[in-house]
Design a binder for this molecule. Structure first.
Ligand code: F3S
Length: 65
């Protein structure tokens, strides 16, 4: 499991990630998502997996560690 990050070039602010896993994703003042610091390794939690799958832009990525 790699480190989660949101590709700012892909994120369009659909906020499904935040709706499904608010303990891992936050939305900034411009409406784009970021991984909450310290939650980069939560990618194997079921709701986080669901958030990754449900992003319409496929903007939530995992970086190999
Ligand atoms: Fe962005 Fe996808 Fe979340 S477009 S706000 S990363 S659901």
């Amino acid at each position: 499991m790699g480190e989660l990050w949101v590709d700012g070039g892909r994120c369009q602010g659909h906020a499904r990630c935040w709706a499904l896993a608010p303990e891992t994703f936050e939305i900034d003042e411009e409406g784009y998502a970021h991984v909450i610091p310290g939650r980069e390794n939560s990618g194997d939690e079921p709701n986080v997996r669901k958030a990754i799958r449900n992003c319409p832009e496929r903007a939530i990525l995992e970086r190999e560690t």
